[in-house]
Design a protein around this ligand. Structure first.
Ligand code: GDR
Length: 375
């Protein structure tokens, strides 16, 4: 098989509560790691852009055992020169733009920075690609959050957008600029409108991982309770490794297009909690505390995606059910905590000394951990 270059920006920007500012912590994201693995399996040469920091963390790439197989190039979404440099170095045939300030809650606190990083940066990349590699295949990570507070009970590619956060507004910008470059400059630019997608590599600030981690810790006696916000919010949760496969399929399609990627099922945060605690034989009602401080200024009440276009054109279907997804996440966190208690050192994103009651303040403030190790 012929080798081609796959360019995956795996830079992800997180929010640091302590500094009260966006902290470019050089966290490689869940999707970047899974996509890198998939492309390596397909014999691609994979390049990843990361933001240079004094203590880089590549724990997800290490966790999947692929760090040494990915060519890492320093770059910054706010700096066009560095993006041009990365493109020249990698000379890619496909470019997957996955980097963003991706935590919805944090976007309410730093709205214009989110607009710049998550929204306008898409134009910086497209401009650089237009100048250097106009025939490239480009993937933009668009989001179901763009549908926001709309009326449609199920959302597809024709559903109007009604964003309900600065993050969602930035993603709508990114979506449209991708389409505009496709339609005006003839670029092969696609939007994947991905609904929530989760895995054991999900960041701890997102609700699924926050819950799976807490269920594991409480089961092992490392914590007593878990504070959560809106338990009534309903989401369409799928399994991330299946979703990155769809990203790749979009770029292999004969023409550039936009696709919804979803599980087609909808569950509430409360059902998520029930399932996660049930997996370890606990009753969630004994442990979960609803905290008004964790409610968002504006929340999207319900999302449910219709993936029939992806099924018909790309031949893609989700495989992992909600119950299986929650179970596999809880079991992964349980295994990690047990290994950690047994003194094992392995790539992970939680320090063993974490106190969930105290750390909830951090979770609520969108703090993300770097790769911390046991002493
Ligand atoms: P979301 O994911 O905002 O949908 O965006 P998240 O897991 O953060 O929230 C899902 C829902 O759970 C409710 N919720 C809580 N959420 C968090 N994080 N912490 C809590 O304590 C909590 N309690 C209740 C939220 O209010 C919300 O309704 C994710 C991100 O990955 C985006 O980048 C991506 O674009 C979309 O999914 C698709």
């Amino acid at each position: 098989m012929e080798w081609s270059n796959g360019m995956i920006p795996i830079l992800e920007v997180s929010y640091n509560c302590e500094k009260n500012s966006f902290d470019h912590r050089n966290i490689t994201g869940q999707d970047g790691a899974y996509l890198a693995k998939l492309l390596l399996e397909k014999n691609y040469k994979v390049y990843g852009i990361f933001r240079r920091t004094s203590t880089p963390s590549f724990w997800r790439l290490q966790y999947l055992g692929i760090q040494d197989s990915v060519n890492l190039i320093p770059g910054d979404l706010m700096d066009t020169g560095s993006l041009i440099n990365a493109i020249l170095q990698a000379d890619p045939t496909e470019f997957y733009h996955l980097a963003a300030q991706s935590f919805v809650e944090a976007s309410f606190d730093e709205a214009s920075a989110t607009g710049d990083i998550t929204g306008v940066s898409v134009t910086r990349i497209l401009d650089a690609l237009k100048l250097l590699k106009k025939d490239i295949r480009f993937y933009q990570a668009s989001s179901s959050e763009m549908f926001g507070n709309g009326e449609a009970p199920m959302q597809n590619e024709d559903t109007p957008f009604h964003p309900a956060s600065p993050y969602a507004a930035a993603k709508v910008y990114g979506y449209w600029i991708t389409r505009i470059y496709r339609e005006s400059f003839g670029m092969f630019a696609c939007n994947g409108i991905l609904f929530n997608h989760e895995s054991p590599l999900r960041g701890i600030e997102f609700v699924t991982r926050k819950v799976s981690n807490a269920a594991a810790m409480i089961k092992l006696g490392l914590a007593k309770s878990l504070r959560l916000g809106n338990l009534k919010a309903r989401r369409d949760w799928g399994y991330a490794p299946e979703y990155v496969e769809n990203m790749w399929k979009m770029l292999q399609n004969e023409k550039p297009d936009d696709f919804v990627v979803a599980s087609g099922a909808q569950h509430s945060v409360q059902e998520l909690v029930e399932t996660a605690f049930g997996t370890v034989g606990l009753n969630w009602k004994d442990h979960v505390i609803v905290d008004r401080k964790l409610f968002r200024p504006l929340d999207v009440p319900a999302l449910q995606g219709d993936f029939s276009k992806a099924a018909n054109i790309l031949g893609w279907r989700p495989k992992t059910s909600f119950d299986d997804l929650v179970k596999l996440m809880v079991e992964a966190d349980l295994r990690r905590w047990k290994d950690c208690l047994n003194g094992m050192i392995f790539p992970w994103d939680i320090p063993s000394s974490v106190n969930i009651e105290r750390e909830n303040e951090f979770y609520s403030g969108s703090r993300t951990y770097g790769s911390k190790r046991r002493n």
